[in-house]
Design a protein around this ligand. Sequence first.
Ligand code: COS
Length: 379
Amino acid sequence: MNLTFTEEQLAVKEAAKEFAETELLPGVIERDEKEIFPAEQVRKMGEMGFMGMMVSPEYGGGGMDTISYVLAMTEICKVDASCGVVMSVNNSLVCWGLEKYGSEEQRQKYLAPLAKGEVIGAFCLSEPEAGSDATSQRTTAEDKGDYYLINGTKNWITNGNSAGTYIVYAQTDKEKRHHGINAFIVTRDMPGFVIGKKEKKLGIRGSDTHSLMFTDVKVPKENRIGEDGFGFKLAMGVLNGGRIGIAAQALGIATGAFERSLKYSKERKAFGVEISKHQAIAFKLADMATNIEASRLLILNAARLKDAKKDYTKASAMAKLFASQTAMDVTIEAIQIHGGYGYVKEYHVERMMRDAKITQIYEGTSEIQKIVISRDLLK
Ligand code: COS
C-alpha cells in the first residue's frame, strides 16, 4: 500500500481543513444546541466542490478519487460531523450510485445539480420495520405501465427536509423478495409525497433527519434506476462505498477529540505539573493515537481498493467497524481527560461523543459490519 499522498490529494486535505476551521467552527456549538441545519455552510461546501467530489467533471463533479474524499471528509468531521453527514450521503449514497448505475438522461437531469451542491440528495432505504433487515421493504412501487405508484413510509432519513432529490427504495414484487426491490428518483414536488416529523437526536443535531410518507406518488418509469429488480443490489453497492465515508467521519470525530485532548493535557496543570506528565493521561493519549492511526490505515486501504476497482466490501466494513468503535472510545476518553470542562459544551468534546455514537449505527450497525466481514471470510 502506497502511503504517499499526491500533491492534489494534499491540496484537497488542506482546503478542507481551512474551510472547516474558518467556515464550520464558528457556530458549530449553537447549531448543535438549537438543531439548526447548516444551510449556508452546505451551500459553501457545494461551491468548494465537496458535495460531488468523485463525480466526473462532465456532470459537474470534482473527478477526484476516494482517497481525496476520505481526506476531505476527515477534516470536515474534525470540526462538524453534522456537515460531514450531509456531505457523505450526497457524495456516496446519492451521487456515486446515480453516476454508476443511472441512465444518461438521469445523470444529465439529476446528477449535475447534486454534484454541484445546488440540490441536496437523500437516500431512503430504512423503514419503521426495515433497518438492518433491509430486504423487508414494506414500501410498495406498483408497476402501472409507464409509471409506478409508490406507497409507504421511510424513517430516519438524513437530509429529509433539506433535500430536493430522493432515492427511494420500494418493493415491486413481494414474491421475488430482494430481487423485487427497485430504486426510484423522487423529487420533493411530486404530489402525495409528504415530509414527516423531524427527529430529535442525541448527536449530529445540525443535520435534519425525518420520516417521509408516500401516498399514491406517481413516479415516471424513466425515474427507476437500473433494470427491474436492481434496487437491492444498488442499495448494497452504494452502502459498501458509503461505509468508507462514515468511517472517515468517525476518524474525523476521533481526531478532532484527540487533538483537543492533546492540547489541553499540555496546558492544564494538576499536582504541580501539566496533566500530560501524569502517566494516567499519557497512556490514554497513547491508546487514542494508536487506534486513530489503525483506523486511518484501514480506511485508506478500503479507499485504495475502491480506487483500484478491486473488491472493497470487507475492507469498508472493517474500516467502519473499527473507526466507529475508535470514535466512541476516543471521545469518551477525551471527556475524561478534560474532566469537568469535558462535560460542558464549550469544550466541544461532549458534542463529539454524542456525534460519534451514530457512526456505530447508520449505514449498517457494527453488528451488520460483522455479518458482512464474517460472510466474506467464510464464503
Ligand atoms: N455488497 C454487495 N451485495 C451484497 C452485499 C454487499 N455488502 N450484501 C448482500 N449483497 C447481495 C447478496 O449477494 C445477495 O444477492 P443475490 O441474491 O443476487 O445473490 C443479496 O444482496 C441479498 O443478500 P443476503 O441474502 O445476504 O441478504 P440478507 O437479507 O441476509 O441481508 C445484509 C444482507 C444483512 C448484509 C443486508 O441486509 C445489509 O447490509 N443490511 C444493512 C442495511 C443498512 O446498512 N441499513 C442502513 C440503511 S442506511 S442509514
